[in-house]
Design a protein around this ligand. Structure first.
Ligand SMILES: Cc1cc2nc3c(=O)[nH]c(=O)nc-3n(C[C@H](O)[C@H](O)[C@H](O)COP(=O)(O)OP(=O)(O)OC[C@H]3O[C@@H](n4cnc5c(N)ncnc54)[C@H](O)[C@@H]3O)c2cc1C
Length: 437
C-alpha cells in the first residue's frame, strides 16, 4: 500500500496546464495539501477552452492517440470517461490528393503490415520504400546511434519525393511540430514505436468531443478541491525564493514546489534560485515552433468524409470537422504546424489562402465567421540530440514538470502528463524518505 504524506505538507504547483494538473492530482491523492497557481483565467495552458464571439472553441485543434495511456488513466481517475470524451477511430490518415493509410481491425503487427501494403495513392515502388524504411527503423529497435534530421534519414533510406510529401512530411510536422529538415529522427522513432508500431489500439485516433479545459484540467481541479486543495486562477507566480527548508511563492510559505510552467516562463520563475542558474541559461537558448489554427464557419451542410483530412500541397495541413466531434456543424478547423511559407502571411492573407485551397479541393465556397488563433511558442523545436532537463533539480524540494522535460515524446499532452506524474512521485518519495526535512 502506498504511504501517505502528512496532510500538513503543503506543496505549490506552479502552472495549471496538463503537467501541473497531473502533478496536483497525484499530490492530492498522496495526502498532500496542494495549491495550484495558474496565471490565466482558465486551466489547460496550451490546451484550453477559449470563448470568442459567443463560441466555445479551443486555443488550437489537438489530436490524441490511443497510446496516451497515462492521460486516459488520469481522466478516468478524475471522473471523465474517455468513451464519452472522444470519438475514437482506427488509424486513418487521408491526405489529399489521393493518399490513404488505414489500419484494419487486426492484431499488431498485422494491422501495420496490412495498412502499409494496402496504402492508397502510392506506386508499388513507393509502397515498398515505405515498408523498407519502417522495417529498417524496427530492426534498429527504434534507436539511432547518432540522431539526425528526419529529411537526412529519409534521404538515406531512399524515400521517393512523392512519398515524403504525401506521408512523411505531414506525419512528422503533425507529430513533432518541427519541419522535416530540422526534426529529430529519434523523437519521430519514439512516436512511431509507441503508435503505428505499437498495439492496434495505440494507433487509434482520439478526437475530443469536449473542449480541452473540460477534457482533464477542470475535472482535475474539482478532484484536488475535494481533497482539500486549492486551485487559484488569475494567480501569476511572480517570485519564487528559498525560505528555510521550504519556499516562498509570491510571499507565501510552502514545503515543496512543482514548477509546471512552460519552458520560456520556467526560467523567469527559477531565475532567483541559485541552483537552477545553469538550467535557466540552457532554457534561454531554446527554439520554439508556432501552431496556427484557422477556424471557418461554413453552412451546416459542409462536412468531411471523416473527422480529419490532410492536404499535401499548399499552406493548409490538417483539416478537422468539428461538426463530427463537437456538435458544431459546419465549423472547420485548419491546422498549420511549425514555421513554413504561411508564417510570412498576414492573418487576412492566411484566411484567403486557406479558404481558396478548401474551395479548390472541396468546393465549399466562402465561409461566414472566420478566426485565426496563433500560438507563437506552441512547442519547443524537437531537433536532433536536444538536451532536455530532468524532473529533478539540485534542490530536493523543487521539481520540474512540463512537456519539455526529459522524455521520449515531443511536446505532447501525454508527455506533459507523464512529466507531472514523475515530478510529483519524486517529491512525494523525497518527503517520505526524509530527504526533505
Ligand atoms: C495549438 C496547439 C496544438 C497542439 N496540438 C497537439 C496535439 O494535437 N497533440 C498533443 O499531444 N499535443 C499538442 N500540443 C502540445 C500540447 O498542448 C502541450 O504539449 C501541452 O499542453 C503542454 O502542457 P504543459 O502543462 O507542459 O504546459 P502548458 O500548457 O504551457 O502549461 C503551463 C501553464 O503555466 C501557466 N503559467 C505561465 N506563466 C505562469 C506564471 N507566471 N504563474 C502561474 N502560471 C503560469 C500557463 O498559463 C499554463 O496554464 C499542441 C499545442 C498547441 C499550442
Amino acid at each position: 500500500m502506498q504511504r501517505s504524506l502528512n496532510t500538513s505538507t503543503h506543496i505549490a504547483v506552479l502552472g495549471g496546464g496538463y503537467a501541473g494538473m497531473a502533478a496536483a492530482v497525484e499530490l492530492a491523492d498522496a495526502g498532500a495539501r496542494v495549491t495550484v497557481f495558474e496565471a490565466g483565467p482558465v486551466l489547460g495552458g496550451r490546451a484550453r477552452r477559449v470563448s470568442i464571439d459567443g463560441r466555445e472553441i479551443d486555443n488550437g485543434q489537438h489530436l490524441l492517440i490511443g497510446a496516451y495511456s497515462e492521460l486516459l488513466g488520469l481522466m478516468r481517475r478524475v471522473g471523465v470517461d474517455p468513451d464519452f470524451a472522444f470519438v475514437r477511430t482506427p488509424l486513418d490518415l487521408a491526405v489529399e490528393p489521393g493518399f490513404r493509410l488505414r489500419a484494419p481491425k487486426l492484431p499488431a503487427p498485422l494491422h501495420l503490415a496490412v495498412a502499409l501494403l494496402a496504402a492508397r495513392g502510392l506506386s508499388w515502388r513507393e509502397r515498398w520504400a515505405l515498408i523498407r524504411a519502417m522495417r529498417s527503423a524496427e530492426t534498429s529497435r527504434w534507436r539511432l546511434v547518432d540522431d539526425l534530421p528526419v529529411a537526412d534519414w529519409l534521404a538515406a533510406q531512399g524515400q521517393p519525393v512523392r512519398l515524403v510529401e504525401a506521408f512523411w512530411r505531414p506525419l512528422t510536422v503533425a507529430a513533432l511540430n518541427t519541419p522535416l529538415e530540422t526534426a529529430s529522427t529519434q523523437v519521430l522513432f519514439n512516436v512511431l514505436r509507441d503508435s503505428l508500431a505499437g498495439s492496434r489500439s495505440a494507433s487509434d485516433l482520439l478526437f475530443p468531443r469536449i473542449d480541452f479545459s473540460a477534457l482533464f484540467p477542470d475535472a482535475a481541479a474539482r478532484h484536488v478541491a475535494a481533497s482539500g486543495g486549492e486551485v487559484r486562477l488569475n494567480a501569476a507566480v511572480k517570485l519564487l525564493v528559498r525560505d528555510g527548508d521550504g519556499w516562498l511563492v509570491n510571499g507565501e510559505h510552502f514545503d515543496g514546489v512543482v514548477c509546471a510552467l512552460p519552458p520560456h516562463r520556467a526560467g523567469m520563475a527559477l531565475g532567483s534560485v541559485d541552483a537552477c542558474a545553469p538550467l535557466v541559461a540552457q532554457l534561454a537558448a531554446w527554439d520554439y515552433q508556432p501552431i496556427v489554427t484557422v477556424y471557418l464557419q461554413y453552412p451546416a451542410s459542409v462536412t468531411l468524409p471523416q473527422p480529419m483530412v490532410g492536404l499535401a500541397a499548399g499552406v493548409s495541413q490538417w483539416i478537422f470537422d468539428r461538426g463530427q466531434t463537437h456538435d458544431q456543424p459546419g465549423l472547420i478547423a485548419v491546422v498549420l504546424s511549425a514555421r513554413g511559407a504561411h508564417s510570412d502571411l498576414s492573418q487576412a492573407q492566411l484566411i484567403s489562402a486557406v479558404v481558396a485551397e478548401l474551395d479548390t479541393v472541396f468546393a465549399w465556397g466562402e465561409p461566414g465567421w472566420r478566426r485565426v488563433i496563433a500560438e507563437k511558442r506552441a512547442t519547443f523545436a524537437a531537433t536532433p540530440g536536444l538536451w532536455r532537463p530532468a524532473n529533478t533539480t539540485a534542490e530536493p524540494s523543487l521539481w520540474l514538470a512540463g512537456d519539455y522535460t526529459a522524455g521520449d515524446y515531443p511536446a505532447t499532452l501525454e508527455g506533459a502528463i507523464r512529466s507531472g506524474q514523475t515530478a510529483s512521485r519524486g517529491i512525494i518519495a523525497a518527503f517520505l524518505a526524509g530527504t526533505i526535512l
